[in-house]
Design a protein around this ligand. Structure first.
Ligand code: ADP
Length: 346
């Protein structure tokens, strides 16, 4: 078996693969293995080429007793942690024994697992706080406040607020899972964005008035129909305008504008741009890339006080993705925030 033949064989394996042969030297490797371990590893003793202690132990064990071994190889590349599942298997090369090492990149699996665990921990934490409050008040109502109608009234008001908080959280979680499930299904209906913006602004008017915020809608007056899912686009506008009202502050204005652009750079073509801008305190640059992560909040206390679940922008991001659009957030402390959504015309 020539080195060229062995290299061809290893190149056909969809994993980084290294063959160790006579004299414990590396007989062949494929391109993925060379990018992982270095370009000039063929011909070298495996100890000088591999270096990673857990993998070295696996190769040595396999050479010693002929049994396959599994281990992990952790490394980092441009600041990103990478995880590989490594197998060392004994091979009969005809002219002696060898070991085939295969590295399977399981980084995305690991990350998905970590995200799932974080998500469950976050949801549990978000539910536990209002639940603990409810249980505490039930106990108080049954005990010390049994004959105190004024206290009962006060506690029931708090209990109602906490129950609403849980209801909003469950509603947003359900929305998120529905939106995620449909993310790959292209919307078919045509939606008039101008009409939708006007209707959302009208629906939010009472909330805005309560917070002493003005909502202004500026439509360019051109045809702004796009293929879309009306309920989901309503949710996008509602979440963004609601945030503008919540974080903008009293006495301020939330401006919604929709216009058509012949070239939207992010879409490489014509599109409709929906902008929701507020005159609030703005957001520091470091937070901007993370705002659409689930449960990410700049100020958790303030968000909870305003009835936020921390899921609004995550829902917006998924809906915009489903519409093959882009979300851009521009903000500066003291200069308000501006959320722009670009949606393709077809
Ligand atoms: P929440 O339910 O907390 O409002 P979102 O996902 O809608 O969750 O927003 C995430 C976080 O982004 C908020 O907690 C807040 O810190 C920040 N944020 C969103 N919109 C604005 C805005 N218009 N002005 C300032 N901060 C904002």
């Amino acid at each position: 078996m020539t080195e060229a033949f062995l290299t061809q064989l290893l190149d056909a394996i969809p994993l980084a693969a290294v063959l160790i042969g006579r004299g414990e030297r590396i007989l062949a490797s494929n391109a993925q293995a060379r990018s992982l371990l270095g370009s000039a590893i063929v011909g070298r003793h495996f100890i000088t080429a591999i270096r990673h202690p857990a993998v070295l132990d696996a190769v040595e064990g396999c050479l010693r007793d002929g049994n396959s071994r599994r281990t992990r190889h952790l490394s980092s590349e441009s600041g990103r942690d990478l995880t590989y599942n490594v197998t060392a298997s004994r091979i009969d090369l005809g002219v002696g024994e060898g070991v085939l090492l295969c590295y399977e990149d399981v980084t995305s699996l690991e990350q998905a697992g970590q995200m799932r665990r974080d998500f469950v921990a976050n949801v549990s934490h978000e539910l536990r706080t209002p639940l603990t409050a409810l249980l505490g008040f039930i106990e108080t109502l049954r005990g010390p406040a049994r004959n105190d109608p004024a206290a009962q009234d006060r506690f029931l008001t708090i209990m109602e607020r906490e129950a609403h908080r849980m209801e909003r959280l469950v509603r947003d979680l359900l929305s998120l899972s529905r939106v995620e499930a449909e993310e790959r299904v292209r919307p078919k209906d045509r939606v008039d964005l101008g009409g939708l913006a006007t209707s959302v602004a009208r629906a939010l008017e009472p909330v805005a008035q309560e917070s002493d915020v003005k909502i202004e809608v500026d439509l360019a007056g051109v045809d702004m129909k796009i293929p879309g899912d009306e309920d989901q686009l309503r949710q996008v506008m509602t979440n963004l305008i609601e945030n503008g009202v919540k974080y903008g502050g009293p006495g301020k204005t939330v401006s919604v504008s929709i216009s058509r652009a012949e070239v939207v750079p992010a879409l490489r073509g014509p599109g409709i741009e929906i902008t929701v801008a507020d005159q609030g305190p703005g957001i520091e640059l470091v937070h901007l890339p993370r705002l659409t992560e689930r449960f990410y909040r700049v100020d958790s206390h303030r968000s909870r006080e305003m009835g936020g679940t921390g899921l609004g922008l995550a829902i917006v991001k998924h809906i915009v993705n489903r519409h093959r659009g882009r979300l851009r957030i521009d903000s500066e402390p003291g200069a308000g925030s501006r959320f722009t959504i670009s949606l393709p015309l077809d």
